[in-house]
Design a protein around this ligand. Sequence first.
Ligand code: GLN
Length: 447
Amino acid sequence: AALEQIQAVDETVNAFVTVDEAGALRRAEEVQKQIDEGSLTGALAGVPAAIKDNLCTKDLLTTCSSKILYNFKPTYTAEAVRNLERAGAVLLGKTNMDEFAMGSTTETSAFGVTRNPWNTAHVPGGSSGGSCAAVAANECFYALGSDTGGSIRQPSSFCGVTGIKPTYGTVSRYGLIAYGSSLDQIGPVAKDVSDCAAVLEAISSYDRKDSTSLKREDCDFTSALVDDVQGMRIGIPRDYLGEGLDEEVKAAVLAAAKALAAKGAVVEEFDLSLVEYAIPAYYVIAAAEASSNLARFDGVKYGYRTEEYEGLHNMYKKSRSEGFGEEVKRRIMLGSFVLSSGYYDAYYLKALRTKALIKQAFDEAFEKYDVILGPAAPTTAPKLGESLSDPLKMYLGDIYTISVNLAGLPGMTVPCGKDSKGLPIGLQMIGDCFQEKKMIRAGYSFE
Ligand code: GLN
């Protein structure tokens, strides 16, 4: 049924870069046999899923939606995906994204834009736009995305689905093609909080192959699916409701806060003014790490290689010039610049200090609150083509999501209404480190 739905709608939505029909059918049969024998049980057994195309899948194209990886078939599978396979997932294919996860609209993909299933003249958000659109268009039951500065939460908001970015270190990054390694986390996208909790539970694991992986004993996230927020302390940063926030989005978020208060939560506003510095700090750190991570794509071992060249250096230069898109090149140049001698202290080091201060501000907030509430994005989904011409404006759209990655916190988007054009609005819930369960409980109680 999922494959039929993909057949029916994906020509328009373009949520998938690769559909592995034969592999999915083969796997479904295999899984069915194990279920019948009783050797495979559990909520995810046999459920069709889609995977963002920056997660390595053995022998299956993994492109990061970039020309430079147009023919790349990994020799191994990402740990998070392996965990899903152990739980009995049936993988349908790989979803479209902004090239190397750099962007907020899925328009920087080398393989065409993904369209928002609610209104195909609009973007699905990004960078996990393919994963969120696939779930919204009923092409799969859940999907994996990655979130470096909002790439799960913002497109979830635009597509009216639920998405979780867990605490940094909860899901192994082994096999996730790195963008900003100190910020990247893999997480689930699904129709509701219950499905997201079940998928997050399955993909979370300690992994020696990822040096930042954490040993957690508390990843039984489905145990937090309790409809009770009595006495829960919820804070709304005043700075999340100010200038730049669309009135309809603001109204929906405040209505959500009211609904939670009516269920017994204690809701109040507070100051988190440091978030003003989150965007500049993020774009320095993310670009710095990206410039280093993307140095490996040189046309030598895998991926795209230019056809004609004179000598090794010319081959590197031409392969990279032709293989990377504009946004990726912009980040590599910005990153190389802020890391260069003479500028390192002024930009990179300063950004790291800002990051530490932002973490501190959240630590203080979580002494008072269980969950922080706000919008996931300042607007609903913009029209296709509106964002590309002005990258700075696009960066500013990440204002509500980015500080969560800088502080390593868990964050979640839950749908909270529609605007007058019928486009979904998302509510963001932020938890303290390791406090996904409070966030999940609040989200479950709200939806
Ligand atoms: N929009 C942000 C960026 O372009 C976040 C992307 C992400 O989370 N991968 O960097």
